[in-house]
Design a protein around this ligand. Structure first.
Ligand SMILES: *[C@@H]1O[C@H](CO)[C@@H](O)[C@H](O)[C@H]1NC(C)=O
Ligand SMILES: *[C@@H]1O[C@H](CO)[C@@H](O)[C@H](O)[C@H]1NC(C)=O
Ligand SMILES: *[C@@H]1O[C@H](CO)[C@@H](O)[C@H](O)[C@H]1NC(C)=O
Length: 397
């Protein structure tokens, strides 16, 4: 609010005096209006319904003003919100990319993108995994802390430019985009897999290759969690583009078909929403982690039928801690691997008090199939066991 400048009035004319009073009154009134505008209580968008292009929650009565033509008592949800220019432009691009005929190259490849801090403790295992399948894959490593020391020729020279990545921060999403961008440069790459240094393959290469390339979806985890670690991280500042009813959660370890990777490159609108309003320690004292929400929410909004809603990377959250369980050498044996690879439903646990577990059946081209191609997290000490077990992988085909 600007401070009004004092006006010297030498004239004693009552007209001027009255004008001053009116100006002063208007100042005070507009001051109160501005204060009232900023301090009015925020509405929970999903409950109240807000479909104004001018931004939401400015007036509780706005909602009642939206009426359906025939005066019937209709759900407000049915009234389509007018899209902003940017939203309209974004949808045009997304729609055309999704409509593109998939130009299958002669030799389609799977891009394995490793998001690591430094060296890969399981490089030896990955080397065995890739061995004999040259020409069907490419490897990219984004090492955010120290330059990795590679010994496998599948990894040597595959480090891309990297930036520091902090756990839970937006730099994580930026690193994922950097990996996708680099991998998209190769037109033969048709499917893109994000992995960490604590991920291991639990199937032979041929199985993984077919599973990913012959499916028509991206294996992206996506579920609704109404608890504090799900929608509790949502904030109305993401309106109008991202409404709470569309907010989703999911593991960051995705696989993506080429069209989806291109859409990620093209998106700036939703990316900005998450970058500015989904961070640790953001407005309202909330902690939000974009790497768990941006892709699930974005793809749920733009192509819900194009994502699997579960991840092909196994992880054990059953302990309910901040980080998933890491497996030790004693636990990693043939029985463990057989059990893991026969799972064909994916559990999603909500973070509310009820801790509801919902099981999503893993469907591959219309039929129920085992869910997992990769698994995390493993202590480096498990390497020898995993290498010994690898010869048994072929029996898991
Ligand atoms: C994923 O879930 C959405 C609903 O959230 C659904 O529309 C979509 O069909 C699901 N995807 C698959 C492949 O079943
Ligand atoms: C993928 O394939 C399944 C079964 O073949 C089909 O029902 C589904 O609509 C397809 N999805 C997409 C996004 O093309
Ligand atoms: C491989 O599988 C066979 C038969 O299931 C089992 O006897 C053997 O112990 C397994 N190898 C390892 C290294 O666990």
């Amino acid at each position: 609010m600007m401070v009004g400048t004092k006006r010297q009035s030498s004239s004693s004319s009552s007209l001027i005096k009255r004008s001053i009073w009116i100006i002063a009154f208007v100042f005070v009134l507009s001051f109160f209006l501005v204060v009232a505008y900023y301090y009015q209580p925020k509405l929970k968008a999903s409950q109240k319904g807000c479909y104004s292009t001018q931004g939401c929650g400015t007036n509780t009565n706005d909602v009642q003003l939206i009426k359906v033509e025939d005066n019937k008592e209709e759900e407000v949800e049915l009234v389509p919100r007018e899209l902003t220019d940017e939203e309209m432009e974004s949808r045009v691009v997304v729609k055309d990319i999704l409509r593109l005929q998939n130009l299958q190259p002669k030799k389609p490849k799977v891009a394995f993108m490793f998001l690591t801090q430094g060296s890969l403790p399981f490089e030896k295992l990955w080397h065995m995994f890739f061995s004999g399948h040259e020409g069907k894959f490419s490897v990219y490593v984004h090492a955010s802390r120290e330059t990795p020391i590679h010994f496998s020729n599948y990894f040597i020279g595959r480090d891309i430019h990297s930036e520091p990545v902090a756990w839970g921060k937006f730099s994580m999403v930026e690193a994922e985009k950097r990996l996708l961008g680099n991998a998209l440069l190769d037109p033969d790459n048709q499917h893109f897999v994000l992995l960490s240094e604590s991920c291991v393959p639990v199937r032979p290469f041929q199985f993984v290759y077919k599973y990913l390339l012959f499916s028509n979806v991206s294996f992206l985890d996506c579920y609704l969690d109404l608890g504090p670690h799900g929608n509790g991280r949502y904030i109305d500042y993401m309106m109008p583009e991202v409404e709470e009813k569309d907010f989703r959660k999911g593991s960051q370890w995705f696989t993506m078909k080429r069209q989806h990777a291109l859409i990620v490159m093209a998106d700036n609108l939703y990316l900005r929403k998450f970058r500015d309003h989904c961070r640790p320690g953001m407005e309202g004292g909330r902690n939000c982690y974009s790497d768990e929400h941006y892709f699930p929410t974005f793809f749920h909004m733009i192509d819900p039928g194009g994502i699997s809603n579960w991840s092909v990377t196994y992880v054990d959250w059953s302990e309910g801690k901040w980080h998933p369980r890491s497996f030790t050498a004693e636990e990693v044996n043939n029985r463990f691997l057989e059990a893991l690879t026969s799972i064909d439903v994916c559990p999603h646990i909500t973070s509310d008090e009820k801790r509801t577990i919902r099981f999503t059946p893993c469907m591959w081209k219309g039929s129920r199939r085992p869910c997992y191609l990769f698994a995390r997290k493993f202590f480096p000490e498990t390497l020898d066991n995993l290498v010994a077990l690898f010869s048994n992988y072929s029996t898991l085909l």
